[in-house]
Design a protein around this ligand. Structure first.
Ligand code: CDM
Ligand code: ATP
Length: 295
């Protein structure tokens, strides 16, 4: 691991994820859904650059230098993750002054796509600041802070492809084949809450053992709702199914298919109708973030 003490600038990736299946098996009293899902990370990433200022204080300033349209800097998951981390450390009794930090966020991951970009930015912030400020928080502690920010944050903190249960926080490492994915981003953004609130969402899929899920795979319970609500999603799923098994990730809107080699994925990307954006990315069972930090 690089020594953090002299770090003035640190640039780290925040990878996207796919849900290779997503079963909804129940609902908690607080309304959150109980899931069974397989996460795989992608080598398609946002990039965060943290710059340390000479100014230090008990209440360090976090300045996000990049604006995301429609998201106030204070609501950005980067800012929220940084403030939660500071609060956690103060509660734990960490008293040293911390340097102010500016963060440049280069967004590549489409928002509202089910690719977990915001959650991944939050996880990279937690791990990045823990490293720069030498806070010594454990991965378990960071995953717990992350879970309070979003159900998808813990998988990015832990940094391995995973079988997930609970609301997505009970994680077991898995090793799905690392194939080359073509991801299509239809012209719509879908809010996670909109799908989870839908009255017709199936919430009683039979609980599977991990062994059966890894042998047989599964489906995405959110797909039929997203297809019925957004015709672009239905059209993209139909179009991609000509070339392979096409699936939706998370609560949508992005859909994907896996290929054994990059050339096959590129050939399909070249045929993509003009009105859709798409990209190619390799599945990763170890996070590019953890590789960058050598942890
Ligand atoms: C659909 C998945 O992407 C699958 O990986 C995740 O479960 C979503 O995780 P996320 O985007 O981090 O979601 P959060 O930011 O925690 O929650 C957004 C909203 O979705 C709903 N939500 C989320 C996760 C979950 N297991 N059950 C829910 O009902 C809640 O209404 C919540 O207010
Ligand atoms: N750094 C950030 N990047 C993206 N979205 C952010 C960020 N911070 C806050 N948000 C808010 O979070 C919402 C969800 O963004 P995100 O890109 O994580 O969606 P998603 O890919 O559908 O996520 P998921 O798969 O977790 O449901 C955005 O619409 C935006 O309002």
């Amino acid at each position: 691991m690089p020594t953090a003490i002299n770090i003035e600038t640190l640039t780290l990736p925040a990878p996207a994820k796919l849900n290779l299946m997503l079963h909804i098996v129940g609902r908690r009293h607080d309304g959150y859904h109980l899931l069974q899902t397989q996460f795989q990370l992608l080598d398609f990433c946002d990039q965060l650059t943290f710059r340390k200022s000479k100014q230090t204080s008990q209440n360090p300033r976090i300045k996000l230098t990049t604006q995301i349209p429609g998201v106030d800097a204070a609501d950005n998951l980067v800012t929220r993750a940084a403030h939660r981390l500071i609060l956690f450390c103060r509660e734990k009794g960490f008293r040293q002054p911390l340097s102010d930090i500016s963060v440049q966020l280069d967004k590549k991951i489409p928002m509202g796509g089910g690719l977990g970009g915001g959650s991944s930015d939050a996880a990279t912030t937690l791990l990045g600041l823990n490293h720069i400020w030498q806070l010594g928080c454990s991965i378990d502690e960071l995953a717990k802070i992350g879970l309070a920010l979003g159900a998808d944050v813990p998988v990015f903190v832990r940094g391995f492809a995973a079988w997930a249960e609970g609301v997505g926080e009970k994680l077991t490492p898995i090793e799905p084949k690392e194939v080359c994915y073509l991801v299509i981003c239809p012209e719509c953004h879908i809010s996670t809450q909109e799908i989870f609130c839908h009255p017709e969402l199936t919430r009683d899929t039979e609980i599977m053992t991990i062994t059966r899920a890894l042998d047989q795979g599964g489906h995405n319970d959110c797909e039929s709702i997203a297809k019925a609500t957004y015709q672009e999603v239905a059209q993209a799923l139909d179009w991609l199914s000509q070339y392979g098994k096409s699936q939706m990730t998370g609560t949508g809107a992005c859909i994907f298919a896996g290929f054994n080699d990059q050339e096959s994925a590129e050939a399909v990307l070249a045929a993509l109708p003009d009105h859709w954006q798409g990209f190619i990315a390799w599945g990763k069972n170890r996070s590019p973030l953890h590789e960058a930090l050598a942890i």
